[in-house]
Write a protein that binds this ligand. Sequence first.
Ligand code: ZN
Length: 392
Amino acid sequence: MTEEIFRRDSYAFEFEAKVLSADGDEIELDITAFYPGGGGQVCDTGKIRGSDVTEVFLNKNRIIHRVPGNDLNHGDTVWCSVDWDRRYDLMMGHTGEHLLFCSLRRQVPDLSVNKIYISPKSKCVVVDRDISWDDIREAAVFANRAIRDNLPVTKTVMSRDDPEMCRVRIKKERIPEGEDVSVVSIGDIDLSACSGLHVMETGELEMIFVDRKVSAGKDGTAVHFKVGNEAKDAAAYLANTCLQASDAAESKPEDLMRAVSNLRAETETLRKTAGLFARERLMSLVPAAVGDAEIVGGVFPSVDLPILSEAAEYHKNSGRICILVSVGDGTSAVMSSGFGGIDCKAILSGVLAEFGGRGGGKQDFAQGGVSDPSVSGKLFSKLTEETAARLH
Ligand SMILES: [Zn+2]
């Protein structure tokens, strides 16, 4: 059984050990400071007698160090070092997660955590619902005050059945009856069951900053954060982005949200007005005679699909063949026919396929599109040609 230095001292990163077993790349030591990962925190890396430790993991309660191409043998006495910069960043991130979550829970009291992920590249806590940016801001203010107050972070062992356990954040169903639980406290603001690695004082985090929240599907919302210098850099960078956005929106930074909301309202009004004009224009298209049939159509800028469909339906019901192409970010096409013998689905799908797009529908009504907006003219010509060819 390996003695686990990290349980009693998370700051120890250099140590001497004896090799208990050497099985290819997999090394077991009599004593180790390498954390094998757990509680959402990834494992440590480092060196054993100069060889890289690329991974550390638990296998049937044994801590295994993966040391590719090593020359270690059973009984060797070796000098080991954990990659301290990486470890300290993970400890800060892990402590930051405790602090951030308890701060979020002050805003949303029945919030619960579904997953935690702490690695050098990404730190996040997945909570069971979406949280407003206002609640996140208030939580961040509280958490950063706790960092300035330099609260002690301490670990104690409590019995699962201790009456004080009611104050502890814990998934009690995961702890066997009668078992002791390792509890981490941050000052008097948070108590949480955890056997991971933490810093000793909140001041070590220097700063915590939430820089992103994204949906985590059925798990809820992933709240991404940074600590220390990374938090300071991210905050400065995003503040600058906000200032640039304020300039672009011609507003003061503190009025940016209102400016964006006004811009959106204006855009919506313009979109509706443009829609009304487009609808009127599409409805009053003048048909051209091709044999016994009448064809209407054309290429139009950024017409919403419901308006294209409504106009196509109208011309179909008037017994015409209708070919409408709209060009915006991509190219959309709608085709309808109230004239017998024209298969809109076949013509549209066939032509769109030539342009790398897709379409579908029925014989008398079909729609589809191509991602490339530059082909709209050619697409319309080809649809018209194909239709005319079938009429002759
Ligand atoms: Zn923890």
